[in-house]
Design a protein around this ligand. Structure first.
Ligand code: ZN
Length: 311
């Protein structure tokens, strides 16, 4: 059996980068002609990338005969940031630039702006964009951002939570939506003992979405998606001061709803171990959208949780 993955044709674009390497590759694979054109992209934020990249390979293990549309994958959109394990690469001067904030890019700009300019035509040449973010090296999360006109696509993932996407100027999905493309933003998974569970959830979600959009035929219809809990506007909870973060809720709490007063975690002074801040769930039903599952040192103002309330 020849798989869809084995049938990919790979392309490589050279993006001007540091002087030592001259160029950093932007690689993408394509397979199929005709039908619905789907682009999967991972790692626009470098510290969120590898988990989502792996889901693409798992998704494409079906026989090539089952492909009815065209699939393009961009496993690592922001290679320098991925290598540095940071959200943005540090190559842009004078300040780091968020790749997911400069679309459609600038072919004569700095590295990240040029990267966006190379990715933008690949976005534009699509009917559907699945933009894979997720938790990553320091957090886990469990939600999907839904866009108007792409409600079914978001629901197909069966993520624990679903929220309406904000309009992010310069964002990849905002750019795609402006072109009338169906989009979804996946914020699922990240580094923890459960990373393969969330990997598998994403793969199943993509299979269901591609099947429902008639891009992939399967021997049997996929099981219906779990019903996601609709949440209101999300809230970011940050450290008041820096220190040693000690989670009370661990990786298995992401995607759950906890009652008000539940201790989520605390911050201790790194010099004296004095308790500086205790995070407790503020709402009768506090939806755990994103959390830090492991002990770490967190900077003052660092993001520690994203929570919401069921609608
Ligand atoms: Zn991201």
């Amino acid at each position: 059996m020849v798989t869809i993955f084995e049938s990919l044709t790979w392309h490589e674009v050279k993006v001007t980068s540091n002087s030592a390497a001259r160029h950093i590759p932007l690689a993408y694979g394509e397979v199929g002609t005709g039908g619905t054109r789907v682009t999967l992209i991972a790692g626009t934020h470098g510290d969120e990338g590898p988990w989502s990249a792996l889901t693409m390979k798992a998704l494409l293990q079906h026989p090539i005969e089952s492909l009815k549309g065209r699939i393009r994958i961009i496993p690592t959109a922001n290679a320098l940031a991925a290598e540095a394990n940071t959200r943005n690469s540090t190559i842009d001067s004078p300040n780091p630039i968020d790749l997911d904030g400069v679309f459609p890019g600038n072919a004569a700009g700095s590295h990240t702006e040029r990267l966006a300019a190379h990715i933008a035509p690949l976005v534009a040449d699509s009917d559907v964009i699945i933009d894979l973010h997720g938790g990553g090296s320091w957090c886990v999360n469990a939600f999907v951002k839904r866009f108007e006109g792409s409600e079914q696509l978001a629901a197909d993932f069966g993520a624990p939570f679903i929220s309406n996407a904000p309009n992010k100027p310069g964002g990849l999905t905002t750019y795609a939506r402006g072109l009338g493309i169906k989009v979804v933003n996946i914020e699922v998974g990240g580094r923890s003992g459960d990373e393969m569970y969330w990997h598998d959830q994403i793969v199943e979600g993509m299979e269901r979405a591609l099947y429902n959009m008639d891009v992939l035929s399967l021997p049997a219809a996929p099981a219906p998606a779990k019903v996601s809990t609709d949440v209101s506007k999300t809230e970011a909870l940050r450290a008041l001061v820096g220190g040693i973060f000690v989670p009370t809720l661990r990786a298995d709490a992401v995607g759950t709803i906890v009652p008000a007063g539940t201790e989520m975690g605390k911050i201790l002074d790194m010099h004296t171990l004095e308790e500086l801040q205790v995070f407790t769930a503020p709402h009768a039903q506090t939806a755990m959208m994103l959390l830090r599952p492991e002990i770490c040192v967190v900077e003052g103002s660092g993001l520690v949780y994203v929570i919401a309330q069921p609608v």
